[in-house]
Design a protein around this ligand. Structure first.
Ligand code: UDP
Length: 231
């Protein structure tokens, strides 16, 4: 049984979170999101003309999300270029964010979201979603609400929030459940599960994740307000 977390946190405690809106000059919207040692940056381009033209949708904009983990972001240098995992996470981000964006306001157009992981200690897809959602808001893309995201799971039999890489590799086993949440609709827009978990612990983990997302959502809104009050 996992009784005390490696970094001394409580089971329901997330790592320290920092974020900043408007970090890139050339993007229409941008943000940095850091949770513990995991750092994601996001740049949004659009809504703009959709290329290639054959992928245009007559009634709405197409959302394209790209996720990339930089070679030096992890201890074992990652091979450069998008692998299967990066492509999968791009698709996952599309699902998680698509629901929040008023894509039908922009027929035939495209919205590009690029996220880069510059340092990774688990939870990178969640950090990317949080950074991307902030960057979309900064780009002025109409949205129902900001999407928040965090991983929950089970480590050595205990339900925890915001797993580190060391926890994911726990010798007694770990289950990682990244979730994304749209507070306005009280709706999960992402729920993945890597591993095994008892049904009772799954409900407990999801409830813990939703609480975490609500806290992140408050911080995201604070960061956006800070950006606009300073400019
Ligand atoms: N990781 C790594 N090399 C890789 C992919 C992942 O070292 O090529 C590490 C990294 O710390 C990452 C963690 O494994 O955050 C967990 O990866 P996972 O695929 O579960 O996604 P994440 O939790 O980052 O969303």
């Amino acid at each position: 049984m996992y009784k005390k977390r490696f970094d001394g946190r409580k089971f329901d405690e997330m790592r320290p979170i920092e974020m900043e809106v408007g970090i890139l000059e050339q993007a229409d919207g941008s943000a940095r999101f850091q949770i513990g040692k995991t750092i994601a940056i996001a740049g949004v381009y659009g809504p703009k003309e959709m290329h290639p033209r054959r992928l245009r949708k007559p009634d709405r904009a197409v959302l394209k999300c790209k996720y990339n983990m930089l070679s030096f972001s992890v201890t074992d240098r990652k091979r450069m270029g998008p692998g299967r995992r990066d492509k999968e996470i791009g698709l996952v981000m599309n699902f998680a964010l698509g629901k929040s964006i008023m894509l039908d306001d922009f027929p035939k157009m495209g919205v590009e979201v690029h996220t880069e992981i510059i340092q990774a200690d688990s939870g990178t897809r969640c950090a990317s979603i949080c950074a991307a959602s902030l960057a979309l808001a900064h780009a002025g893309v109409p949205m129902r609400d900001i999407v928040s995201s965090v991983a929950v799971g089970e480590v050595g039999g205990s339900v925890v929030i915001d797993l580190t890489k060391k926890e994911e590799d726990h010798p007694d086993g770990a289950t990682d459940i990244p979730i994304a949440y749209l507070p306005k609709d009280d709706e999960l827009t992402l729920l993945q599960l890597d591993g095994k978990i008892k049904p009772a612990n799954l409900s407990k983990a999801i409830a813990l994740g939703i609480e975490g997302c609500k806290r992140i959502s408050d911080l995201q809104k604070k960061a956006l307000r800070k950006k606009y009050s300073s400019s």
